[in-house]
Design a protein around this ligand. Structure first.
Ligand code: ATP
Length: 163
């Protein structure tokens, strides 16, 4: 099972619908400081059910919704969707393609969908765990983390790798 596509609309700086296609090799996203590269990683965390605003670099839930710019009004809704290729059958659903989406309005209420069906967060968490798509099989290494690992004491570096 691997990630093939990420659809973002209304997430942080992404006011317009943005689609990223990933092939099986390495995908690099480049851009100047502040152009939204880390926001893409945040959107991936978010759609996979992230609950910690700290990990999403915000304070309150609505901080992740596009807040307006000089030319565009702020939005009331955010939606992120990931498409997973499951032709190898390793995902715990018998579909060749699995789509997970999360939507939220400014009240902070999230709606999760699995292949179009509204589900609970626990269903997403369970699906990911059964598909071995949990914390052990992917890693999001945020900005500044490498510095911290390199400069850490041997003990805290060990803690990091253990985790
Ligand atoms: P750097 O390389 O400096 O880390 P980056 O390309 O990773 O930059 P991000 O940190 O992903 O950039 O994006 C920061 C930009 O996102 C800032 O310009 C910030 O104003 C914008 N941003 C964050 N949240 C929102 C929001 N809710 N609405 C609109 N813009 C937002």
């Amino acid at each position: 099972m691997h990630l093939t596509r990420l659809d973002i609309i209304g997430f942080k700086s992404f006011a317009d619908k943005t689609v990223l296609a990933f092939d099986k090799n390495i995908t690099a996203i480049v851009g100047p400081n502040g152009s939204g590269k880390s926001n893409i990683a945040d959107s991936l965390r978010w759609v996979l059910g992230e609950q910690s605003m700290k990990n999403l670099r915000g304070k309150k839930a609505e901080d992740i919704i596009f807040n307006g710019s000089k030319n565009k009004r702020r939005l009331g809704l955010v939606r992120v969707e990931i498409t997973l290729d499951n032709t190898d059958g390793r995902g715990a659903l018998e579909y060749p393609e699995i789509v997970i989406s999360r939507e939220m309005d400014r009240t902070g209420e999230s709606t999760y969908r699995l292949n179009g069906h509204t589900v609970n967060l626990s269903d997403i968490v369970m699906f990911l765990a059964k598909s071995h798509f949990g914390q052990k099989s992917y890693a999001i290494i945020g900005q500044g983390m490498i510095d911290r690992i390199v400069n850490a004491t041997p003990e805290s570096r060990k803690d990091f790798f253990d985790e």
